[in-house]
Unconditional design. Structure first.
Length: 343
């Protein structure tokens, strides 16, 4: 049951930085129950771009991210010349269970840390400790949760993670389902190509996602794979990755059974296409960027994501979307032209 002494912060501006679509979704929904003005970023680079023109009361920063991780991003923020960046409140979001976790973050520019999945009482404590005292927080009651049953998932605990809101939980499950079907391919690919670094990042994220949605067994299995990755134990990974992904896939199929029909993806990825098909879409995106046609840019990028692309191609398109989101058309143009050259 949610903390009945919950607080609201309708004037608070919050930035959440997390590379996982699922955890970003649950963190965003969770913080919006407090009435906050929430902005999200899916990478350290996007975070830095947002900070060029925005200021936030609190920044919640995921630690393990591909490319620029949370520590590197925070150190770059602290090196900026404006006084705001020296005093900005940055809270690490971590699934790390080490007893020395605080010593990892505070010396690297963080004010504090918050363990994932986020617990309401601890989040409230963060707000009371760091939120500016200019009438931004008040107290409020939170509605109790309802029941929902999914095989191999502790939905009661998971709905608590969503602050007792079943609608938010179903929304989270929808993101988990759609994101998960693609993640299975990505994790498998990293395993068979012996890319242990990115494999470890992905199973670390899966560990957190599984815990958030209430899939405790999957979370524990993912933790074992994360440990194997940190030890460079490729033999363990190759011997056990299929079992891990089979359990993951079964849970996704169980989730599908409780999703409303309009949340189930009835349009599979386009597999039969030519390079020219992609060229035509990319050229349309380039023209739209030249004309600053935001609607056409987003529409065409989404069309491009309907194709069965590689992980690196999807990653590039996601980065283009991130730069478009903050109106950095120059970087978006550079990335999409590089994408075209790679076809």
């Amino acid at each position: 049951m949610c903390d009945t002494n919950n607080i609201i912060a309708k004037k608070a501006k919050i930035l959440i930085v997390d590379d996982s679509n699922v955890t970003l979704k649950v963190e965003e929904d969770f913080m919006k129950t407090y009435g906050m003005d929430v902005t999200t970023a899916s990478s350290g680079e996007e975070c830095l771009s947002l900070l060029n023109s925005n200021r936030y009361d609190l920044i919640f920063m995921d630690h393990m991210m591909p490319g620029m991780d949370g520590i590197e991003t925070t150190l770059k923020i602290r090196k900026k010349s404006d006084e705001y960046f020296k005093k900005a409140i940055i809270i690490a979001l971590t699934a790390n269970e080490s007893p020395n976790v605080c010593s990892m973050y505070v010396p690297n520019g963080f004010n504090d840390f918050l363990k994932k999945p986020i617990e309401i009482a601890k989040f409230n404590q963060i707000l009371r400790t760091y939120m500016p005292r200019d009438n931004k927080i008040t107290t409020s009651l939170v509605a109790e949760f309802n029941e929902l049953t999914i095989k191999d998932v502790d939905t009661k605990k998971a709905i608590q993670n969503c602050c007792g809101n079943v609608h938010n939980y179903l929304s989270l499950l929808s993101v988990t389902y759609h994101d998960g079907k693609n993640k299975i391919k990505i994790i498998k690919n990293f395993a068979i190509t012996n890319d242990i670094k990115n494999y470890t990042i992905e199973v670390h994220a899966l560990k957190t996602v599984a815990a958030i949605i209430g899939a405790t067994q999957l979370s524990e299995l993912s933790k074992h794979h994360e440990i194997a990755g940190l030890r460079n134990d490729l033999a363990f990974i190759l011997d056990n990755v299929d079992s891990l992904l089979s359990i993951y896939d079964n849970i996704l199929n169980n989730i599908k059974l409780v999703l409303p029909e309009d949340n189930i993806d009835i349009n599979p990825k386009i597999k039969n296409f030519t390079v020219q098909d992609l060229y035509d879409l990319v050229n349309s995106i380039v023209d739209a960027i030249d004309n600053f046609d935001l609607d056409l840019i987003n529409e065409t990028l989404n069309q491009l994501l309907n194709y069965d692309l590689s992980y690196s191609q999807i990653s590039t398109i996601n980065k283009v979307q991130a730069f478009i989101k903050v109106y950095d058309y120059d970087k978006a143009y550079e990335l999409i032209t590089n994408f075209k050259c790679s076809l």
